[in-house]
Design a protein around this ligand. Structure first.
Ligand code: SFD
Ligand code: AMP
Length: 623
């Protein structure tokens, strides 16, 4: 075994991850922990200033309810989310986030985040729920507050958490991982553990290839650790079939929200037709959700996909038309020119704030958005429960709102005692985005501290089990060293598989059998069953992963995490015998939405029996 020092850290509350939810958790947990004399520790695989989905920054805060401003009610937000997810949502969780999110946004502003204001000092909205920001440094600002609250002594950066720790009695009591910089193996023991390690990308084959490989909408750093941790601990999971397919500017994945909502742009096909109008009748097939306003995200995708499948591409965002229209509202020629310049700079800033590569692609292709339109396309599928997808752990709701079946002692606690989840880690509570994830992290942290106060027993961790985990986790390093000279090309070797090759194989399976880009997001029972068989073979080969260095060791375990997310996804699509989100995936053998499937499709892997269990859970409307 490689000579890694074992470092043990005993704490009360362990925050896994350093993203939006984790930063919210850090601020809130440290407040309650100080009152109770408890210790809080945060571990991120990267550096918090630029880790996770908000690494590059964002140009909008997508969840702001505006209750105090009298703009909307919590009920309005719950309606919006339920409709967008075609009826499948935990209203208690959505409402709990919605009632806390505005105060999170106020904190962001207090910490220095510039939110756009109009001449009267009111927030500038992108759409009904979204606020425009100068957000290049969004994550740096949010991370700074988290660091100040916890203190750097309680933060471990560049430590890749690999496996949850269980006490054998059904409690989660910590996690293990390794440093990607030093030869150190970490054992974190805790009374309460918050899982906030984001969602997953690169489970499906991306559209990007060759020189663009690795470019995706979702950040390449989020590789399914939240799903893996909760699944491996034996927690019940929900909405594992509800992947997210964003429509984005083609090839560099720039955001479309500002164009559709702020600039009121249209998207048209290669023939100049607006699919939202020409395909409107199709929405009747997805009643009642097909008829709500705004049209649910997956159905907007679907109408566009129908055009693409009919060979009516490319699809264009009509940037030139939208900018021209707004500028034309100004009659004075000098003022019109000024307005045009202002709109141009807003268009570029939208990309420079959050997807710099899209601005580079515009520059490289001589694209002036005020002169010519740009292509948009559906991305490959991602797992991001905080956006318009819904995958994540099945967590307890808040005592005052949740139905009795949806409350088990502590808000945001999974079905595993002591294990909490937030952000992309928790399911069936979509449309929380950056601000709602932060708010949900705060909710989870308050409950986790309460759990640690009320469950005072020291975390019991079996030393032999930890040693065994250390051996397994570091094994790919030895495997590479032992066999690397057997072939002239270290990538091809009968004794091991390198993580990149392993990832390619996983992506090919998911793409071809589980409805990826190359099958136009379409799958069926026979395809899914074949896919599961191939995942079984892949699992066998996961025992032969090999790593040249610590960075590649992280890649090995990232891909094991992805594989578990993939399996939960395939099993749940197979279980749900209908098509409910046609613009996310389409089951060709069950092509319609069915009333008796207006339920949650949940799943669970049992650590004792190594068996998967699939179950339907009733929806409880609390509004
Ligand atoms: O417009 C481990 N999102 C947007 N939200 C907004 O509010 N406005 C926008 O403008 C947004 N846009 C957007 C968004 C996301 C993406 C990818 C793009 C554009 C390109 C959504 C939010 O970003 C998202 O909802 C939140 O960030 C979710 O928060 P959270 O905490 O669940 O995930 P995270 O922030 O990605 O953080 C994850 C953390 O986990 C760490 N991590 N640490 C230790 N061990 C491991 N094994 C780990 N694995 C992961 C990560 O390093 C990170 O710290 S728009 O396009 O929609
Ligand atoms: P996006 O950039 O696509 O992630 O969008 C940002 C926000 O705007 C999210 O809340 C989306 O749900 C919303 N949004 C984007 N496009 C539309 C649209 N055409 N109609 C309604 N809402 C949209």
């Amino acid at each position: 075994m490689p000579n890694f020092e074992t470092v043990e850290v005993t704490t009360d509350v362990l925050i896994c991850g350093g993203g939006m939810a984790a930063c919210g958790a850090a601020v809130e947990a440290s407040y309650w922990a100080k009152k109770n004399g408890l210790k809080v520790t945060l571990v991120d695989k990267a550096a918090m200033d630029r880790s996770g989905a908000v690494a590059m920054g964002l140009s909008a805060i997508n969840q702001y309810v505006g209750v105090k401003d009298g703009e909307n009610s919590i009920h309005d937000y719950v309606n919006y989310v339920r409709n967008d997810l075609m009826g499948i949502t935990r209203e208690d969780l959505v409402a709990n986030i919605a009632r806390h999110v505005d105060s999170t946004v106020q904190l962001f502003e207090k910490w220095g985040l510039p939110i756009w204001k109009d001449a009267d000092g009111a927030y500038v909205h992108e759409g009904r729920w979204q606020l425009m920001i100068n957000g290049e440094s969004y994550k740096v600002i949010v991370a700074e507050a988290a660091k100040n609250a916890l203190g750097m002594d309680n933060i471990y950066e560049r430590v890749f958490l690999t496996e949850p720790l269980l006490d054998g009695k059904g409690n989660c009591v910590g996690a293990v991982g390794f440093s990607v910089r030093d030869d150190k193996f970490y054992v974190f023991k805790a009374k309460a553990v918050i899982v906030a390690m984001g969602g997953a990308v690169h489970v499906f084959k991306p559209r990007s290839s060759g020189e663009g490989l690795g470019r995706s909408w979702y950040p390449p750093f989020n590789s399914g650790a939240s799903a893996y941790f909760t699944l491996k601990a034996g927690a019940e999971m929900t909405c594992q079939e509800v992947r997210f397919i964003p429509v984005r500017f083609k090839d560099a994945y720039g955001p479309v929200g500002a164009w559709f909502l702020l600039f009121k742009s249209r998207a048209t096909n290669g023939l100049g037709e607006n699919y939202m109008e020409t395909r409107r009748d199709e929405l009747q097939n997805w009643k009642p959700y097909g008829l709500v306003k705004p049209v649910p995200a997956n159905l907007r995708n679907w109408l566009m996909m129908l055009d693409v499948m009919d060979g009516k591409g490319p699809i264009f965002m009509r940037t030139e038309e939208a900018i021209g229209k707004i500028a034309d509202e100004v009659t004075d020629e000098k003022e019109r020119k000024k307005k045009l310049k202002e709109l141009e700079s807003e268009a570029w800033e939208d990309f420079l704030d959050m997807t710099i590569s899209q601005a580079i692609l515009w520059a490289a292709t001589n694209t002036a958005p005020e002169e010519k339109p740009s292509e948009i396309a559906a991305c490959e599928p991602y797992f991001i429960g905080s956006h318009s997808g819904a995958s994540g752990a099945w967590v307890s709701g808040p005592e005052d709102i949740a139905h009795k079946d949806h409350f088990w002692g502590y808000a945001q606690m999974t079905t595993v005692k002591g294990m909490f989840a937030a952000g992309d880690g928790s399911g069936a509570s979509s449309h929380k985005f950056s601000s709602g994830s932060h708010a949900e992290g705060r909710i989870a942290a308050k409950a986790a501290v309460k759990f640690a106060v009320e469950n005072t027993h020291e975390p019991k961790v079996d030393a032999a089990k930890v040693e065994e985990l250390k051996k397994t986790i570091l094994a790919p390093l030895d495997r590479f060293e032992e066999h690397k000279n057997y072939t002239s090309d270290p990538d091809t070797n009968p004794n091991y598989i390198r993580p990149k090759m392993f990832m390619f194989r996983l992506q090919k399976i998911m793409d071809e059998y589980a409805g990826g880009v190359s099958t136009q997001f379409t799958t069926s029972k026979p395809l899914l069953e074949k896919g599961l068989e191939l995942i079984d073979f892949l699992r066998e080969d996961s025992l032969q992963l090999a790593a040249e260095d610590k960075h590649e060791l992280m890649r090995c375990w990232e891909n094991v995490h992805r594989m578990w997310q993939a399996e939960a996804h395939v099993r749940t699509i197979l279980f749900r015998e209908e098509t409910r989100w046609p613009g996310y995936y389409f089951r060709s053998d069950t092509p319609k939405m069915k009333d008796d499937w207006e339920v949650f499709a949940n799943c669970k892997w049992d650590p004792a029996s190594n068996k998967w269990e699939m179950m339907k859970r009733e929806i409880h409307y609390v509004f």
